[in-house]
Design a protein around this ligand. Structure first.
Ligand code: NAD
Ligand code: 0WE
Length: 262
């Protein structure tokens, strides 16, 4: 245990104790990483502060990724505590709620498309750009994607193109930052009940369906994602960059499992 000992990692995207980012933070803490956190807005400040303190972190900074100044302020403030650090976890996505229900072509709008891409995709490279000079050699950046990047999934709609762009972003960032020994990867996570997913129409039904046909016959947990994330951000993954690792119990490698042909 302790394969992240000596690593300082900034985590963006904790909203609650069921957030994927919180599962990642817990797994990284277990591996002895030193952690810092960002929160989206003041409504979340007290809750995130409490969760951070539970993981021995005293660095809790605001950052709404819609605003360039918020991103530059974040790293200015962080640099007062950490002059350099070793990793960034980006676990942030957003599309206006009306975009995530109904026929894609009828539902998509210019503004919905733009917001989804700005918050869910641009923010990852924007953060990397702003902290590039603070990153030590052998640093790792990580973001969270979903199968909707590769397949058309009912109701996921504009988030599908956004996740496809996020995955391409990972490859371009990996190619750009590789020469300075910075790796960039994504985890494509299976569905998990979080704040971002529990409001989705039919989400329970989707989870039951996945549980019944996924090779490992259960839902993925934030611990599953956390452990894979800790590995990817550690030197154990020193040869992996520009990659999208599926942590989905094997769901995406099957087809026609639901037919149960006997
Ligand atoms: P969550 O609601 O716990 O986390 C989403 C986070 O995005 C929140 O912390 C929220 O504060 C943050 N966020 C949204 N807009 C922001 C902004 N303008 N500025 C700063 N932060 C902002 O939900 P989650 O399921 O843990 O989502 C985390 C990531 O995992 C997302 O990228 C999501 O697409 C991805 N993902 C989720 C699932 C799932 O089923 N839950 C599956 C695959 C991928
Ligand atoms: O990426 C996601 C969800 C991201 C998300 C969630 C919300 C809900 C609240 C982005 N924007 C918003 N906007 C809101 O107003 N997931 C992978 C979880 C998810 O969302 C789905 C899914 C799955 C899985 C939507 C439709 C179908 C499946």
């Amino acid at each position: 245990m302790g394969f992240l000992a000596g690593k300082r990692i900034l985590i963006a995207g904790v909203a609650s104790k069921v957030s994927i980012a919180y599962g990642i933070a817990q797994a990284m803490y277990k591996q002895r990483a030193e952690l810092a956190f960002t929160y989206q807005n003041n409504k979340l400040k007290d809750r995130i502060t409490e969760l951070a303190i539970g993981l021995d972190s005293k660095i809790i900074l605001p950052c709404n990724v819609e605003k360039d100044e918020n991103i530059t302020d974040l790293f200015n403030q962080l640099s007062q505590k950490w002059t350099t650090f070793d990793g960034l976890v980006h676990s942030i996505a957003f599309a206006p709620n009306d975009q995530l229900n109904g026929d894609y072509v009828n539902t998509v709008s210019r503004q919905g498309f733009q917001i989804a891409h700005e918050i869910s995709v641009y923010s990852f490279v924007a953060m990397a750009k702003a902290c590039r000079l603070m990153l030590n050699p052998n640093s790792a950046l990580l973001t969270i994607s979903y199968l909707g990047a590769e397949r058309a999934i009912v109701n996921y709609n504009v988030m599908g193109p956004a996740k496809a762009s996020l995955e391409a972003n990972v490859r371009y960032m990996a190619n750009s930052m590789g020469p300075e020994s910075i790796r960039v990867n994504a985890i494509s996570a299976g569905p998990i009940r979080t704040l971002a997913s529990s409001g989705i129409k039919g989400f329970r039904k989707m989870l039951n369906y996945c549980e019944s046909i996924t090779p490992i016959r259960r839902s993925i947990t934030i611990e599953d994602i956390g452990n894979s994330a800790a590995f990817l951000c550690s030197d154990l993954a020193s040869g992996i960059t520009g990659e999208v690792i599926h942590v989905d119990g094997g769901f995406s490698i099957t087809a026609m499992n639901e037919l149960e042909l006997k």
